[in-house]
Write a protein that binds this ligand. Sequence first.
Ligand code: PLP
Length: 388
Amino acid sequence: MAERSYFDWNATVPLRPEAAAAWQAALAVPGNPSSVHAEGRAARQLVEEAREQVAVLVGARPADVIFTSSGTEANMLALTPAIETAAEKRPRDKLLISAIEHASVRAGGRFPREAIADIGVDAMGRVDLNALAESLAGTARPLVSIMLANNETGVVQPVAEAAAIVHAAGGFLHVDAVQAPGRIAIDIGALGADLVTLSAHKIGGPKGVGALIRAREDIHFPEPLIRGGGQERGLRAGTENVAGIAAFGAAAAAARRHGPAEAARMRGLRDSLEAGLKGAVPAAVIFGATAERLPNTTLFAAPGMKAETAVIAFDLEGIAVSSGAACSSGKVQPSHVLAAMGVSPALTRGAARVSLGWTTAETDVARFLNAWRKLATALSKGHAGLAA
Ligand code: PLP
């Protein structure tokens, strides 16, 4: 393949070398982590080392990390009426989710439809804390789910403030933090989250591995999603994906080590990309521009631009960008995030997402801006890839 520039890091990121090495090494270990012999103990050791690495990444205790098959499964495990603590065994009566959550949260987990309600966001894509407080007023034992950073806009949510409001109302807070590690600091205690979701493939681990992390050991799920052999403290049965988990752990350690420096570099590149975007098309809109955002994400649109055709035009120039959230069918759905922010349907149809990562270089940004200038010329003439 000719040289390409990958700008779709919020969809997935390349395997970190540390994760690839850990994966290879783990594949050579034949044991089942539940077996007591030496081979089994070796596999168990890999899983427990990874548990420690993932725990350290978010400031949790290793015993509170539950490995799952994905971020999606972790969200599904978390969003259930049947969450117990020693002090509270009655089921949750309501699920409140922000209007900008990922589809795996929007689906509502194991709550009945009628028990699920939305919390709106402001024009910058930040959860409306007044709306949260109002929605909580009508509940007895709510579960609230608010993401740490939005996958489309990159807007960082006021999670710590939300946690204080949720806890004052006797609720639990689940935080989908899938997009955060390596990009912004994440500490489960500082966030005030009761449950946190992570996904390996967004931080340089393999696809198909995730984790749900509890803030405290006494948060319990009496109805696990998968029953069987009692793995993961009975919360998620099934022989562990040892190699995937080991690679997840290595990616978590690498994200912790390199994240701050990488994030600072990404921010510089992203800011110059945005300056170039606006320089070529002053009418271009960067969504959530004045809010705190992930340092790697730009969601933008220009009047008259059509996202599907822009994505193809960029692709032909060797550049991978996304038209909002990636979806498995390849069909482009209008963004529910932009709709919740009150963006007009016409502008929403033109929204394209550029997301950067640790291998992004100045040459990639230059290639992107070259292609953008070409598209902008076409746009100014009202034809080619950008016109509706
Ligand atoms: N949550 C967010 C915010 C995401 O961006 C994604 C992936 O796109 C997920 C959850 C789902 O994670 P996974 O792909 O591991 O199922």
